[in-house]
Ligand binder design. Sequence first.
Ligand SMILES: [Ca+2]
Ligand SMILES: [Ca+2]
Length: 405
Amino acid sequence: MKPLLIWICITAYLECFGIKMSAKTETVTISIQQELKETETPKPISWVVVPDESGRSLLILQGGKVLVIPSSLKDSQVRTFMELAPEEMIIKDFEEGLLGLVFHPNYKSNGLFYLYYTMQRPKRSVLVERRVKNQKKMELDLKHDRTLIEIEQPYWNHNSGVPEFGPDGYLYLSTGDGGKANDPHDFSQNTFSLLGKVLRIDVDKAEGALEYGIPEDNPFKNKPGYRGEIWTIGMRNPWRLHWDIQSNTLFCADVGQHQKEEINLIQKGGNYGWSFREGTEAFSLKNRKPSGEIEFIDPVFEYGHDEGTSVSGGIVYRGSKHPELYGHYIFGDWGTGKCWAIEVKNDQTISKKYIEFVLDGEVINDLPKFVNGKPQSPFKPVNFCISAGGDLVLLDWKGMVYFAN
Ligand SMILES: [Ca+2]
Ligand SMILES: [Ca+2]
């Protein structure tokens, strides 16, 4: 056989086993700079632009504080917007705390926003509506404090907690499986539990005893044995959710246990597998099959624990500084610092790039390093967000806020 033919045969053979013989993955280099150096920003978990055209943003800290950041990013003008009271004991273990904040789509007329955080005694997570009473001054209305959802948390980990509004005006909320390992109580596949799901609710309505409405087109509304809030089933610990309005796609990065880290495209009523499956594989520690026929939705992208140990989802890049990443979903790994950009079309990943971030001439996320099987990265990407100018904000859980140049 001719060499080319031999190569094609080998490639086809390996691809039968899912081994891709594609060309070397391209690496995109992005230089970044640290901002807010003079401000204490421990465990930053989200950067949210205030939707009032002021150019201000909120920086959400896991410990329960929210800072207002001026468009100038000047440290001297940063101030505390709100701080959850310490008696609420929102953070006790490292996955607990203030985990998400989102503004209401009609924020300009109603001043509303939503927080998701954990509380203690008993352990639970809550979705709470708060209000800004003076938008110009970003002054919190101390009287408006409405708890919409309260979910009992059996363990300290896997609380998930990303509220995001869709283009339909409904609030999507990711929840984790409740914690420990192996989803010991099978919450993710339990259709009467709010754990291990993506939920979809109408915050502008109240229905029966609920503080919110359940949209008429939710897939399981009024179905016996199902909570009507459920939009998808079988999530483990989504960190995080992102609506890309332009492509009308809800991205969900789901943290794996010991096999695979996942990027999923969320579809109405879908079952994303956990804990029957981890990524595209059977979950090896349970290795059981569902009693009936369930169609599981595979991730659109996954990676193994040779590359990382805990995925941090991000955003679809729509900025202008890096045209080579336009329309790509950007995310990284909290354990190893490795970062990716993938391009998705027709529910398939059509291209993959690595991203290396350069700070002061040094790459901060070099090749993944493991010692005794544990990832060693001083850089802990926890979220990739969008700045007021539409560019990339990179949050390092170690307390740093970076802006892409
Ligand atoms: Ca938990
Ligand atoms: Ca899955």
